[in-house]
Design a protein around this ligand. Structure first.
Ligand SMILES: [Zn+2]
Length: 62
């Protein structure tokens, strides 16, 4: 399985950080893949993750 594209910028500069979690080095966001869709989290300066909008899986997985 190849790594997905970033759901925010569509770029390939994505690294895996967990079983279903990825990090975009361009946007500085983490995102996780699930059957329900993709959850994006912005990594704040203090290390907290803040929830972003969820998008459908077909936009990235296809
Ligand atoms: Zn990105």
């Amino acid at each position: 399985m190849k790594d997905p594209l970033c759901p925010a910028c569509g770029g390939r500069n994505v690294g895996r950080v967990g079983t279903v979690q990825y990090y975009c080095w361009d946007c500085f966001i983490e995102f996780s893949l699930s059957p329900r869709g993709i959850r994006m989290f912005r990594v704040e300066a203090d290390g907290e993750l803040s929830r972003m909008d969820q998008v459908g899986p077909e936009e990235v997985m296809s």
